[in-house]
Design a protein around this ligand. Structure first.
Ligand SMILES: Nc1ncnc2c1ncn2[C@@H]1O[C@H](COP(=O)(O)OP(=O)(O)OP(=O)(O)O)[C@@H](O)[C@H]1O
Ligand SMILES: [Mg+2]
Length: 222
């Protein structure tokens, strides 16, 4: 579904290479697979997800989506992301001045869906993820685990082709991690393509393929 072809990623400051992250990688994510990405802190997990999301365009190499090469242009990538990619981060990044319903509805409003469609889709996803009790609550009235469940609902309400999650359980206790894993299992069983960066072996075990970032490459873990 997404292919990174011949990609080299460095952070540079003027002439100086501050950090080499990837060197000549080819990485292909197939539809309906669930992938964990591990690697030591600083190995490049978040950088990879930002590249897959089209948030980081500053690298050598090409980005293909469903075999089409996409231009590394900020506006075009933003449109691509809004239509096709759901993102969940460790810090949830919910809109603090909107309740849970409006947080989940937000991407659909950006996509200019009509009110009735938005209502139906938000209610469907709240039912699916068992979030009805939080409908009218604001993010500051929720626990971290509950915020994360709302963030996942917001990421998947638009039925993205791929869900990217960057350490989604990193800030959570075991019980909340379990709640998130239940949601991932449900999504995986429905064929959702998922890429999750994680330090947790428990999270990795829920995925069908496991990769590690090492020596500037992304390697499959057998
Ligand atoms: N803006 C930047 N400028 C320079 N170097 C950067 C920048 N952002 C990240 N890096 C470097 O790129 C490397 C990869 O960072 P990244 O955040 O992707 O690591 P990570 O695997 O997600 O780590 P963690 O497990 O701690 O979240 C790190 O060594 C980091 O120092
Ligand atoms: Mg990271």
């Amino acid at each position: 579904m997404i292919q990174l072809s011949n990609v080299t990623k460095q952070f540079v400051s003027g002439e100086r290479v501050v950090c080499q992250v990837f060197r000549d990688i080819d990485y292909n994510i197939d539809a309906s697979c669930s992938i964990s990405i591990s690697g030591r802190s600083g190995s490049g997990k978040s950088t990879l997800l930002r590249m897959l999301a089209g948030l980081d365009l500053n690298y050598l190499g090409d980005y293909y989506f469903k075999r089409n090469k996409l231009e590394k242009n900020i506006e075009k990538m933003a449109t691509h992301r809004l239509k096709h990619i759901g993102i969940v981060t460790q810090k949830y990044q919910l809109l603090s001045d909107r309740n849970c319903y409006d947080n989940i509805a937000f991407p659909l409003k950006c996509l200019k869906h009509d009110k009735k469609t938005i209502k139906n889709k938000v209610e469907e996803i709240m039912e699916l993820l068992d979030l009805n009790e939080f409908k009218d609550r604001y993010p500051y009235e929720l626990s971290g685990g509950q915020c994360q469940r709302i963030a996942i609902a917001r990421a998947i309400v638009k039925s993205p082709d791929i869900l990217l999650a960057d350490e989604p359980t990193g800030a959570l206790d075991k019980a909340s991690e379990y709640e998130i894993l239940k949601i991932f299992d449900l999504l995986i069983s429905k064929g959702q393509t998922l890429v999750v960066a994680t330090h947790s072996d428990v999270v990795a075990k829920h995925c069908t393929s496991n990769y590690i970032i090492e020596d500037y490459k992304i390697q499959s873990i057998k």
